[in-house]
Design a protein around this ligand. Structure first.
Ligand SMILES: [Cu+2]
Length: 657
């Protein structure tokens, strides 16, 4: 809320200046964006009606492979807020050069790894701590950077810890969190060559995810990567990236939440690992620039479900799953006096595979049916591939009055995720859909293709800045669940969850809407700003709405600031969401308004004092995209939408040196 973004093209927020626990929360301050939070540090990015794997998320230009089949370690959980310098979202259609797969949007983040020191060798950094009274949530972080003008060694670390969060209707149990994140990096900056090497760790323990069937017991991730840029000559430069990460994850349904009876105890150990490599060249042509590049990503996933009370019981949820992407792009950009034209093409090949699956220890008809499903899956052809071409054309037209018009056209594809393909036994491992339904995959899925148009303008005249955009996307082959016709799967799902299974299938959909950001400077010290977002998604082949779209929402803030003090109050309003999906019985949510206030005081250049109150009026409200409670023993009944936190005070102190 301190940093609502009003930009036309790239909406950027300085995350480390916001008092947050989950970096993904800042998406609510970006027009068109929102966050599907399945737990306190499990935010899944949503943009213009799409979310999850449809949104590309990068950390310092590099993607990360999630290890949790329900996105418990969603990419944004890898950027702890106090050590994240910036998060930005491309408003409109992301250029093809930004990411191999970005059908629904592109979120880019940057860790705080310090600056080079032009003045000679220098030690710099910060230490800081924030405390949130509701749930005793603390976030503490520090950075130490040793740098001169061409070398930089930087260590950052953050520890987030918290207990149970209270809402006006009671406690959300479990909602505790514990996350440690660290990163060591070396940077080099020369005349023609620059490089970054990093190695990092994420260590999340015992964190509640009430909207999902299990909670996080641990997520242990090692990450490493390198990035280099070389200016070859006056006309050509090269950029190369390589990244690797390896995740081990355990979740269960009995450790943090009220446990079911012993035979129903479940835990799931999952792993994910992958690499990403890319090389791109930028070539200066007369009056224009051409970028060409090649990207490869590989990802491997395994998941096994067991019961610690029954050594016989075991389900191979995902076995030796692979999903690899190879792509090539070319992007041409011409900047003129009155405008900029960009034309980009990316050709992609996605290949996936899965090993044989099976299960043991299930009794009676369950065991028989699971064996039938496993046999059918093991006999089927599971090596799949998709070839497609994405295209993006953007034109930005600058008018002398200070208005920039933009029109963007895109045709982008997404091949199915591994969950959408290889979920052979009806389960809820759905990349964090959190709809409480059991799904099976579809081995015959086609890719989905979104044909999109965005039109908008940005106007920055005197004291007023405004940037509205409208968009329309037609998504052919949109992948979502439909009632399964597999009798065996339906029997299993009925026995396990009381509902028949849904099967991932290609349907047709359209999403349209508009969003706006604006700022009005009243005086040198006062300004008003706000954003508003609207996205409507529906199927076009049958009469139904798309699932889990943020309802229309707007915020208005009033800020007073001088050189060392800034005070903001804001009103955030969400309308009801009654455009809900029938296929998975999505519940409606009433609208609400919240008032928040924040203060930042810098008594000296190096000290920053923060205070904040969220939900000042102690409103009882439910965030539509936050999900439904699935945990027994909470003050919020199972099956009811989770409530938002009650009035919550926070304070922080950060010292820069
Ligand atoms: Cu998990």
């Amino acid at each position: 809320m301190i940093g609502r973004s009003v930009a036309t093209g790239l909406a950027q927020i300085d995350v480390d200046r916001e008092m947050l626990v989950d970096t993904a929360t800042v998406l609510k301050d970006i027009p068109g964006a929102n966050v599907n939070a399945n737990g306190p540090v499990t935010g899944i990015a949503q943009y213009r009606g799409m979310y999850g794997d449809r949104i590309s998320v990068v950390i310092d230009h590099l993607g990360v492979v999630s290890g949790g089949p329900n996105a418990m370690d969603a990419p944004l959980s890898y950027v702890s807020p106090m050590i994240t310098e910036a998060l930005s979202v491309v408003r409109g259609i992301p250029s093809v050069s930004l990411a191999p797969e970005s059908i629904g949007g592109h979120v880019s983040t940057k860790l705080s790894r310090g600056e080079f020191s032009a003045a000679g060798p220098e030690l710099s950094g910060f230490v800081g701590s924030r405390y949130r009274a509701n749930g005793n949530v603390s976030t503490s972080a520090g950075r130490l950077t040793l740098a001169n003008e061409s070398h930089k060694l930087s260590l950052v670390a953050e520890l987030d810890d918290g207990d149970t969060v209270s809402t006006p209707v009671g406690e959300i149990r479990p909602s505790q969190l514990h996350r440690e994140r660290s990163d060591l990096s070396y940077g080099f900056a020369g005349d023609r060559f620059s490089a970054l090497l990093f190695a990092g760790r994420l260590d999340t323990d015992d964190t509640g995810t009430s909207a999902l069937p299990m909670d996080i017991r641990f997520i242990d991730t090692n990450l490493a990567g390198a990035r280099a840029t070389v200016v070859l000559n006056e006309i050509a430069s090269l950029e190369a990236n390589i990244a690797w990460n390896d995740v081990e994850h355990l979740m269960d349904n009995f450790g943090l939440r009220q446990a079911p009876m012993a035979p129903m105890h479940r835990q799931s150990f999952t792993t994910g690992k992958g690499t990403q490599a890319s090389i791109a060249a930028a070539i200066a042509l007369p009056g224009s620039t051409l970028s060409v590049g090649i990207d490869t990503t590989t990802a491997d996933h395994d998941a096994t479900v067991t019961n610690p009370n029954n050594a016989m019981f075991s389900i191979q949820n995902f076995a030796d799953v692979e999903r690899d992407v190879l792509s090539l792009f070319a992007e041409w950009r011409r900047s003129g006096e009155h405008g900029e034209l960009e034309v980009g093409l990316r050709a992609k090949r996605v290949e996936t595979g899965s090993g044989n699956v099976g299960s043991t220890g299930m009794m009676g008809p369950m065991g028989t049916n699971a064996a039938l499903l496993a046999d059918a899956f093991n006999l089927a052809d599971r090596n799949k591939s998709w070839n497609s071409v994405d295209a993006v054309v953007k034109y930005h037209w600058l008018i002398e009055s200070g208005t920039e018009w933009r029109i963007e056209l895109g045709s982008k594809t997404r091949a199915p995720s591994y969950q959408e393909l290889y979920l052979w036994l009806p389960m809820q491992s759905t990349g964090g859909l959190a709809d409480g339904r059991s799904y099976i995959g579809g081995l015959d899925l086609d890719e989905e293709r979104s044909n999109e148009i965005t039109i908008g303008f940005g106007r920055d005249v005197g004291r007023v800045t405004i940037s509205p955009q409208v968009f329309y996307k037609r998504v052919d082959g949109y992948i979502q669940g439909v009632p399964s016709t597999n009798m065996v799967a339906n029997m299993v799902a009925q026995m396990m969850s009381g509902n028949p299974a849904l099967q991932f299938s290609n349907v047709d959909a359209e999403i349209y809407g508009a969003d706006i950001a604006w700022k009005f400077e009243l005086t040198d010290q006062w300004y008003l700003d706000g954003i508003a977002s609207y996205a409507r998604g529906k199927r076009t082949d049958v009469d139904d709405n798309l699932y889990r779209l943020a309802p229309p929402n707007a915020s208005i803030g009033a800020t007073w600031e001088n050189d060392n003090l800034s005070v903001t109050t804001e009103i955030v309003a969400y309308t009801k969401q009654d455009k809900v999906s029938v296929f998975n019985n999505e519940q409606r949510t009433p609208g609400y308004e919240l008032v928040n206030a924040a203060l930042i005081w810098s008594p000296t250049d190096s000290l920053r004092v923060e205070a904040r109150v969220d939900n000042l009026l102690d409103e009882t409200y439910q965030d539509h995209v936050a999900g439904i409670n699935r945990a027994n023993g909470s003050d919020i009944p199972v099956g009811e939408r989770l409530y938002g936190a009650e009035r919550t005070f926070s304070a922080g102190l950060i010292w820069n040196f």
